[in-house]
Design a protein around this ligand. Sequence first.
Ligand code: ATP
Ligand code: MG
Length: 468
Amino acid sequence: MTVYCVVAHNPGLARRKRAHPAIPPTRSTIVRGMSRLPQERLSLLHELGNLADEDGVSLYLVGGVVRDLLLKRKDWDLDLAVEGDGIGFARLVADLYGAGLAVFERFATSRLVFQDGLKMDIATTRRESYAHPAVLPTVQPASIEEDLSRRDFTINAIAIQLNPRQFGRLLDPYGGQRDLRARTIRVLHAGSFQDDPTRLFRAIRFEQRFDFRLERTTLRLLAQAASTNLIQQLSGPRLQNEILLLFAEHDPVRAIARLGQLQLLRFLHHRLYYTTKVKRVVTAVPKALAWWASRFTNSVIDRPILYLMALSSKSSAVVVASMIRRLALSREQAKNVSAGGSLVDRALKRLTNKGTVRPSQVYRLLADLSDEALVLLLAKQVSAQHGVRVSLLKRHLVTYAKNREIKTALTGRDLQAMGLKPGPQYKTILGKLLDARIDGMITTEADERAFVQKRLGLAGWGKTMLTR
Ligand code: ATP
Ligand code: MG
């Protein structure tokens, strides 16, 4: 990594009520770093800097985007902070560029979406105070230095000024660059996790994403916070958000292992453990997913939910139901996650047993499962390390994916026209027709009609069903 000038060396943790250090500029070094931005983004930042001068405010690029610039990673969604009226400035930008604008007055922030899809958050620099631990803070306008002091980790508390005369001036009061070089995640003060327990999960997210280490004191504070019931005070949606963001990372397997190691899974459910069996399933997910994605390119998998399913796939239905409630999952997510246990296991058992299974039986076993559940099914088999049965299961999945496109030519309306009384039996008849199609016993509409007629006679469907 390029060595940037460290601005304010600050090896220890900042105390809570700290005097904000003077911030000397280091313009030349950072301007070089910024040239990694695509030209049109860089031009936009210059234009916004000019606009800020005209509007009489100070403008900064701040947070994750600065970190990623310094790490030479790509993150082109821009986070800006305005010392002054941030929302007013955002309105100005939105008008000038014809960008979409959403304003969140309570947090003095706004989000812009430019016509080319670029997303930009513009916030008023602010101080935050927490009425109670784990609740959302109240915010008040404050200087950029104070704004940086309320952030989660030193590596996320760096800003770059954009006003023309200070363009590229780097503000790094907490040694963020030093920690980037040392590959370290460090909180800014000892009460950080108390103020906002979502930071426990954010710490793991950045640690795993960048392959960094938690600084010793930070790790101790995290372990301390994890040993209390602080996280229980987080609302369901906020906990869900953190968990799903973590599971959306490039390598959720390591993140899940880390949650287990740091005793954090208990906040999803006190009986959710990262056992060897669970570990095997979770570890098999990437392989199963890679196979699935290569075969079924149109299938869109909800990866975070899939990992949550894998994590809870050995838990009882009661534990899973309670975890679903704790995370305030949506109805669809909940349906998915609760299928990860017995429903998947039942299908798996039948499909990998000896003896032939007709394509229509495969269809019936899998038809109620989402694509996420199908990937989990495969992951479970992969984790059992039985190569032959994995191949067999893959064949079943390929056949099933083809067969689920099959439809019967006849509909309920046709059955009615054939003289059958409408009722629940339509579902049975159409189901039988579909099975026969899937098994290749019939292939045309004429076949279907003959099939229905014959069955009406043979199976005694007829008498009670005929309308005339
Ligand atoms: P990502 O690359 O995952 O988006 P990010 O660092 O950009 O990571 P965001 O959630 O987009 O994270 O937040 C932007 C910035 O806002 C962070 O870099 C950090 O400075 C600040 N921030 C976000 N969440 C918190 C929090 N819970 N506590 C303190 N500061 C936060
Ligand atoms: Mg971000």
